[in-house]
Design a protein around this ligand. Sequence first.
Ligand code: ZN
Ligand code: ZN
Length: 278
Amino acid sequence: MPLSLARSAGAQLYQLDDAGHVTNLTFTMSCNCSISPEVSADGEDDSPMIRQQSGCMVCGAPLDYDRVFSRQQCCFCGRHFEASECCEQGHYVCDACHSEDALAVIETMCRHSRETDMLALFSQLRQHPSVPLHGPEYHALVPAVILTCYRNIGGKLGDSLLNAALSRGSQVIGGSCAYSGVCGAAIGVGIAFSLILEANPLKADQRQVVQNVVQQVLKELAQFKAARCCNRDGVVSLQKAAELSADFLPVPLRAEQWLPCDQHVRNNECLGAQCPLF
Ligand SMILES: [Zn+2]
Ligand SMILES: [Zn+2]
């Protein structure tokens, strides 16, 4: 390479003298450290956080519910929200981040399931590590279970309805049982019946049926003077959905498999002997 061309390359090329010393760059002492691929240059650890199964999803500590809403930053996505809850260590996780892994798992498992009993499928989904003991995941899980078992038992259902159920269910806010006065599991039953019956706000019959179904499910759930338990509320909702399906759906649903509670030791707010699953 001509010397003039090498010089025009500047620091991109080492220029050596006859003894092999670099002449065009000045080197300084360095510890030769480099940043590991798992850590970004700003010092933030980019490795995925392990999600805790109960309590705070970041650290597992109990959640605190404040009386007032304040600006909170989600520990997973960094976005800001007005929220009233965080853990004792100050961690806040938004509904979308709380649910995103679980929603993908629910969709995949439901697409491939041949289960016809809603309680059996509900239990299978709950066993997956991405599905926590409690959380807004159940607002999408309940209608997904109903639609999947309805399809598997012979009900007519379009392919896109499972995604519609997950989308509608995941829009129900976390804590809606207390914040809105309607448990997300009851809304989940309403979402499933609405999709099966093709309800919309202008269809008088279907609109009335869906609201009637939700209020009957909610009546069952409201009998418990208890903190939320997404296992109890899910099972009771699915049992009521099966009962109501005989009157309102073309093909009745099944919720027959008895599943005793498997989470009471991990659930700090468990009703104990007063719970129908205990
Ligand atoms: Zn925490
Ligand atoms: Zn988030």
